[in-house]
Design a protein around this ligand. Structure first.
Ligand code: 4AD
Ligand code: MG
Length: 477
C-alpha cells in the first residue's frame, strides 16, 4: 500500500479500502476527530481515532502542527461536513509539535503576524490557497505560450546593462567591500572584479529576449528580476518575477491583442481548474470587505471580477486622451490628487491610474502612445516625434499590471536616442547589431507575476503572494 494524498482520497475512488496518509494535524477534537491537512488541497480529511483502544500518552501527542502517519479504512462519513473519513487503525507520530509555542494556532491570525512567520504560513488555508494558485498561474502561463508556438528563453540574471535605464540596480561584485582596488582617479576599478566589468542583478530580461525573438520568432522569459527602488508600497518588491514575451514582426496593436488574450487565458484557466481555492479566497475577501467603510467596498466578488475581465474588451485609450480625462476629473479640480495633472507630458502616478480604471472606465485599460521622455530608451518613436509606441495595462485594484512597447528598430533613431540619454553604445553593441543585421518591427511586454497573483487571489499586499518577500529593510528567511 502506498501513501495517498487528501486530494486523492476526497475524490472517493478509494472508498471502502484501506488507505494510508501522512500530514499535519490542524485540530484534534474530543479525543477522537483529527482534521488532517497535507497541502494537496484546501480541505482536511477527518480521521476518527478509536480513543478507547488508544494509549493516553499517544492521544496527548496528537496536537496542532504535529506530523502524523495514519493507516485506516476510508468510509462514508457519519457526521456532516465531509463526505468521507478515515477510521484510524494505526497512528504514528512522525514529528511532535509543542502546542504552547506553535505559532499557527487554529484561530484567525493577522496577515502581519503570518508575514513574520512566513516559514509556517502556508499551513493556513489562506496562504496554502494563495500559493497553490500561484503555482497554477505559472503553469497556465507556460501552457499558453507553449500552445501558441513560443519558446521559453532563460535570460541571464547577472547583467552588465540597465534595460530600463532607471539606475535602480543591485550590484553584483566579488571585490573586497572594505578595500576595493581603485583606478587612478579614485573610483572602484571594476576591471579587476569577477567579470572584469561592473555587473548587476537584472531589472528585466527584455534586451536579451529581443535577440532571441529576432532569431526564434516568438519567445518569452519567466524569471526573477530585481529592482533597488526604495518603494515601500503594497505593490512593489525588490525581487519579483516577470513574464516577458517578445515577438518578431509584431507591432503595438498586435502586442495589445497578445497581452489581452494572454491575460484572459490565464484567468480563465484558474477559474476552470482551481475553483475550490478561489471560492475560499472569495469568502475571505468578503469578510475583509465587511470591515471596510461602505464606499470603499467592491461591488464585485472575486470570481465576478475575474469573469468581468474575461468577458469584456480592455479599453484602449491614448495617453493624450487619458490626460484630458484626468485634467477634467473631479479629484483634479478639487485638488484631491497628490500630484495634480496640469499639462500634457506629466508622468502618471498610481492615483491617476487607479482613477482611470476604478472610477472612470471601471474596467482594465490599455494606455498607449506615451510621451517619449517619460519612457525607456528602446521604445519606437512615433511619427509625431514626441510620443512612443508604449503601452501600459492598468487593472482595477492593482494599477499597472503590464508594461510593454513596440521596439525602436531603426538604427539611427535608436543611436540618437541613446546619445541623448548618455547610454554607452559600446555597452549595448550587441543590441545595436540587431538593428544592423535583418532589423524588423518587433514588440513585447512585461507582466509582473506577483501583481497578477494579487489580482487573482484578492490579496491586498504583494508581500502575501510571494513565498519570501524582499522589500526595503527585509530579507528574512
Ligand atoms: O513596466 P516595467 O518596468 O517594464 C519592463 O521591465 C519592460 N522591460 C517589460 C518589457 O517590455 N519586456 O515592468 C513590467 C511590469 C510592471 O508592469 C509591473 O507589473 C511589474 O513588472 N513590476 C513590478 N512588480 C513588483 N514589484 C516591482 N518593484 C515592480 N516593478 C515592475
Ligand atoms: Mg512600467
Amino acid at each position: 500500500m502506498t501513501s495517498h494524498t487528501v486530494a486523492q482520497l476526497l475524490k472517493a475512488e478509494y472508498k471502502a479500502q484501506e488507505v494510508e496518509i501522512k500530514g499535519w494535524v490542524r485540530t484534534f477534537r474530543a479525543n477522537r476527530f483529527i482534521a488532517l491537512n497535507d497541502g494537496s488541497t484546501l480541505q482536511n480529511i477527518q480521521c476518527v481515532v478509536d480513543f478507547e483502544n488508544t494509549e493516553e500518552a499517544l492521544l496527548k501527542r496528537i496536537t496542532t502542527g504535529a506530523a502524523i502517519h495514519i493507516k485506516g479504512d476510508l468510509v462514508e462519513s457519519q457526521g456532516s461536513g465531509q463526505s468521507v473519513e478515515i477510521q484510524v487503525k494505526s497512528l504514528e507520530i512522525l514529528g511532535d509539535s509543542d502546542p504552547e509555542t506553535y505559532p499557527i494556532q487554529p484561530k484567525k491570525h493577522s496577515l502581519e503576524f503570518l508575514r513574520e512567520n512566513a516559514h509556517l504560513r502556508t499551513r493556513t488555508n489562506t496562504f496554502s490557497a494563495v500559493m497553490r494558485l500561484r503555482s497554477a498561474l505559472a503553469f497556465a502561463i507556460h501552457k499558453f505560450f507553449n500552445d501558441n508556438g513560443f519558446y521559453y528563453m532563460h535570460a541571464p540574471i547577472i547583467t552588465g546593462s540597465d534595460a530600463e535605464g532607471a539606475g535602480e540596480m543591485f550590484r553584483v561584485s566579488a571585490l573586497d567591500a572594505k578595500n576595493p582596488p581603485l583606478t587612478e582617479n579614485g573610483t572602484v576599478d571594476y576591471s579587476q572584479d569577477f567579470f572584469g566589468k561592473e555587473t548587476n542583478l537584472t531589472v528585466s530580461g527584455q534586451l536579451e529576449a529581443e535577440t532571441y525573438a529576432m532569431s526564434l520568432g516568438k519567445v518569452y522569459t519567466f524569471g526573477p528580476t530585481f529592482r533597488a527602488e526604495n518603494s515601500n508600497t503594497s505593490r512593489h518588491l525588490a525581487e519579483f518575477w516577470m513574464i516577458e514575451p517578445e515577438v518578431a514582426f509584431m507591432d503595438l496593436a498586435g502586442n495589445m491583442d497578445l497581452a489581452e488574450s494572454f491575460l484572459k487565458y490565464v484567468l480563465n484557466y484558474v477559474l476552470e481548474n482551481h475553483a475550490e481555492d478561489l471560492e475560499f479566497l472569495e469568502k475571505r475577501l468578503l469578510d475583509e470587505e465587511k470591515t471596510k467603510p461602505q464606499n470603499e467596498r467592491s461591488d464585485m466578488s472575486l470570481t465576478e471580477k475575474l469573469k468581468f475581465v474575461i468577458d469584456n474588451n480592455f479599453m484602449r485609450v491614448s495617453y493624450t486622451e487619458a490626460i484630458d480625462i484626468l485634467r477634467n476629473s473631479k479629484p483634479n479640480k478639487k485638488k484631491q490628487f497628490k500630484y495634480l495633472i496640469e499639462e500634457w507630458g506629466a508622468d502618471l502616478q498610481s492615483e491617476h491610474e487607479r482613477y482611470l480604471v476604478e472610477k472612470h472606465f471601471k474596467s482594465p485599460v490599455i494606455l498607449f502612445d506615451y510621451p517619449a521622455n517619460i519612457k525607456a530608451f528602446y521604445m519606437r518613436l512615433n511619427e509625431d516625434g514626441k510620443t512612443v509606441r508604449a503601452m501600459d495595462i492598468l487593472f482595477p485594484g492593482i494599477g499597472e499590471m503590464v508594461g510593454g512597447s513596440q521596439r525602436e528598430e531603426r538604427l539611427e533613431v535608436l543611436m540618437e536616442k541613446m546619445k541623448t540619454l548618455g547610454i554607452d553604445e559600446k555597452e549595448l553593441w550587441w543590441y545595436l547589431d540587431l538593428r544592423k543585421y535583418g532589423t524588423a518591427v518587433h514588440s513585447g511586454f512585461g507582466l509582473g507575476f506577483e501583481r497578477l497573483v494579487m489580482f487573482v487571489t484578492g490579496m491586498g499586499n504583494i508581500r502575501d503572494v510571494i513565498p519570501y518577500p524582499r522589500t526595503p529593510q527585509n530579507a528574512e528567511f
